[in-house]
Design a protein around this ligand. Structure first.
Ligand code: NAD
Length: 524
């Protein structure tokens, strides 16, 4: 195995290139800003050609709603049908393309992304409001997905293997065959990384795809398409269907002519897609959904690590990660000390323009997120104690969707702020006295994506790992209590209402979900 995580910031700092990291990002931001002087129109792309019905949706930046990032085609049934047709035609040759030839295209795509890493990062800084470290980290993750999946396809010879013969005259083999056309439906919060992860897994295994961006942050998805086109993906292998979930998305996923759905997004939409899996034939539906991720801090914790990990997981990208830490269960004996340190750390986090070097938290994604935030803050004031935050930021920042990181305590355990995914910079801190009770409460939600514990006691860590109902668990991680999974190292997938397959992305197993097994036995 030669796979290595991209990890751009850490590598550049280690190699004394820290200032180049900043200057390259800043130059990319300047170039991106210049490109906004003309408003670009982005059409759907079918069979390698633009397609539009003449309707467009304006996409603006959450950091400053006066910045128009483009006008994106608002497709519907007609475009969805054309995209599926194109994908079906392309499947005929793509699905049988020689593996080495196919993989060469993916190596090229990873190379292009590496070369254009800062350009891609600048675009998602504008479209999603990510700070530079998070934006570069997201592109890193996309490169990691392509490199890791390419290596796994090669190492496993396309998942073709000889089987032990039951009779001397038989030669059985198992081959994995692509399903056909996949609908790949993307969330707003990782338009480059998650799009690349799902899309790459679908097409590297020989399927073709219709890619549906979120209308909230479509730009990164168009850029991923563009990278693959320049890497040499034949027309029709990826088709991009631009438009809202209720029209374009719905037309795509309800078509009888798709063979699989890969979806990352909310539980509400994901559950509907899962329920629709039974058609003329059952189709695979891979869903990765929300989280309500807990961190448990016991009285045997290293407090500095716990505070750092909880703060970064709760407020990195404004809590808008599926893996964001939204609940902390803290042992009664250290609760006060933990709180003092946490509040000190969080109040030092700079909220502001994500283009600036020292900004920790940029804006939230849209007006509805601000409205939700304010109503949750009211609820928290009514039913608990708001220790920090709870307000929208004004002045210069009123041009975007900026809110304060919020820390809430003393809510009743059954409260909806404790049970429901909020997807905002909102952390609820609760007390506990017994670890078993903390784990039980941590598990008592519909979700099971990520979780963390801070304890120096191996027995406590063992209890946590064995009893936590979550696909991704961490112990004593200062770089993130519940976030910061790396491709390859941490298979990433949710249990319970967070995911439907029980298999994490960034693994060979994940790839095999995009294929169906065929047993071939020849008698000689
Ligand atoms: P969302 O469910 O609102 O939208 C996701 C995608 O589904 C968008 O492209 C949207 O247009 C499309 N869509 C909406 N309705 C549709 C329909 N009826 N038919 C077809 N497509 C439809 O989610 P979001 O707000 O973009 O993303 C945030 C959610 O995603 C959060 O719940 C978060 O936890 C989750 N998420 C999960 C993971 C994970 O790996 N588990 C990763 C990132 C985000």
């Amino acid at each position: 195995m030669s796979f290595r995580n991209q990890n751009t910031y850490e590598v550049m700092v280690r190699e004394g290139e820290g200032s180049a990291f900043h200057s390259r990002f800043e130059r990319a931001v300047e170039r991106f800003e210049q490109s906004l002087e003309v408003v670009t129109r982005y059409d759907s792309i079918v069979d390698g050609r633009p397609m539009s019905n003449g309707k467009y949706l304006r996409d603006t930046s959450p950091m400053d709603t006066g910045l128009v990032l483009g006008e994106f085609s608002s497709g519907g049934e007609q475009e969805a049908a054309a995209a599926i047709d194109a994908a079906r035609r392309a499947f005929v040759t793509w699905s049988v393309m020689d593996l080495d030839k196919r993989l060469a295209i993916f190596r090229k795509a990873a190379e292009i992304m590496r070369r254009e890493l800062f350009e891609l990062a600048a675009a998602i800084c504008y479209d999603d409001g990510k700070n530079r470290y998070e934006a570069v980290g997201e592109v890193d993750e996309a490169i990691d997905f392509i490199s890791y999946y390419t290596e796994q396809m090669e190492l496993n010879d396309g998942f073709r293997e000889k089987r032990p013969p039951a009779y001397d005259d038989e030669s059985p083999i198992s081959v994995m065959r692509p399903y056909g056309v996949w609908a790949v439906v993307c969330p707003f919060n990782f338009p480059i990384a998650i799009t690349t992860g799902m899309l790459t897994a679908a097409i590297i295994t020989g399927n073709t795809a219709v890619l549906k961006p979120s209308t909230v942050a479509p730009l990164g998805v168009h850029m991923v398409y563009d990278v693959y086109e320049r890497a040499g993906i034949p027309p029709g292998v990826i088709n991009l269907l631009s438009g809202p979930g209720s029209t374009a998305g719905q037309a795509l996923v309800s078509s009888e002519r798709i063979d699989g759905i890969a979806f990352t997004g909310s539980k509400e939409v994901g559950y509907r897609l899962l329920a629709s899996s039974l058609r003329q034939y059952p189709i695979p539906v891979i869903t990765e959904m929300g989280g309500k991720n807990p961190a448990i801090v016991t009285d045997k914790a290293d407090l500095a690590k716990a505070v750092a990990g909880v703060a970064s997981s709760a407020f990195g990208f404004g809590g808008q990660k599926c893996s964001a830490c939204s609940r902390a269960y803290v042992h009664e004996l250290i609760y006060d000390e933990f709180m003092v340190n946490l509040l000190r750390q969080v109040s030092r986090m700079k909220v502001g323009d994500p283009r600036e070097k020292d900004t920790y938290m940029g804006p939230v994604i849209h007006q509805k997120a601000v409205d939700d935030y304010l109503s949750y803050a009211d609820l928290a004031r009514r039913d608990g104690v708001v220790h920090l935050g709870g307000e929208r930021l004004g002045g210069e920042l009123s041009k975007g969707y900026y809110v304060q990181p919020t820390v809430v305590g003393s809510l009743p355990e059954s409260h909806r702020l404790i049970k429901n995914e909020l997807f905002l910079p909102f952390l609820c801190v609760q007390r506990f006295t017994d670890l078993k009770d903390a784990v039980r409460r941590a598990n008592d939600v519909d979700y099971g994506l990520t979780s963390g514990i801070y304890s120096r006691d191996p027995e406590e860590v063992r209890y946590f790992f064995e009893n936590m109902e979550a696909g991704v668990c961490y112990a004593n991680r200062a770089r993130g209590a519940t976030t910061a999974a790396m491709v390859g190292a941490q298979p990433f997938g949710g249990w319970k209402g967070s995911g439907s397959t029980g298999t994490g992305s960034g693994t060979a197993l994940y790839l095999t979900q995009y294929m169906k097994q065929q047993s071939r036995t020849t008698v000689h």
